[in-house]
Design a protein around this ligand. Structure first.
Ligand code: HEC
Length: 109
């Protein structure tokens, strides 16, 4: 009489603590955007987005039915892609990418 062994699935809480304020204020330097572009290229963000929206992939940020509707959500979605896909970005990287995406595509205040 074997004790049935329940398969325990670890419920991974989707805690996206994008609480740290993205500091794109005070004259966001060209430098931080250069870093963000490099990170985006290295993480193959657009290569993957292109599979969904075609083109160079950046259309995902400007599509009419885009997900992201506020600046906070930009940070949240960057964090989500990073975590979901195991891209290994640090919080500083996410903040730089968020600032770049917002300045370039979303332009939320
Ligand atoms: C392996 C595939 C993949 C990779 C790699 C990836 N993403 Fe995404 N990303 C997606 C998909 C799929 C969506 C659309 C999700 C949806 O529509 O529900 C998305 C959506 C987004 C959005 C929201 C677009 C909108 O609707 O406004 C942002 C922002 C984003 N990704 C940022 C990034 C960044 C930054 C990186 C790299 C650091 C990245 N993603 C890497 C698959 C990927």
């Amino acid at each position: 009489m074997g004790t049935p062994h329940a398969i325990l699935m670890t419920a991974t809480a989707m805690a996206i603590g994008a609480a740290f304020a993205a500091d794109s204020g005070a004259g966001s330097s060209q430098d931080s955007h250069a870093a963000a572009r490099k990170l985006i290229a290295e993480s193959k963000c657009e290569a993957c987005h292109a599979r969904k929206v075609g083109g160079d992939g950046t259309g995902i940020y400007t599509r009419p039915d885009r997900k992201v509707k506020t600046k906070a959500r930009v940070a949240g979605q960057v964090a989500l892609c990073n975590t979901e896909l195991n891209l290994g970005l640090f919080p500083d990287d996410e903040a730089a990418i968020t600032a770049f995406l917002n300045d370039t595509y979303y332009k939320y205040k």
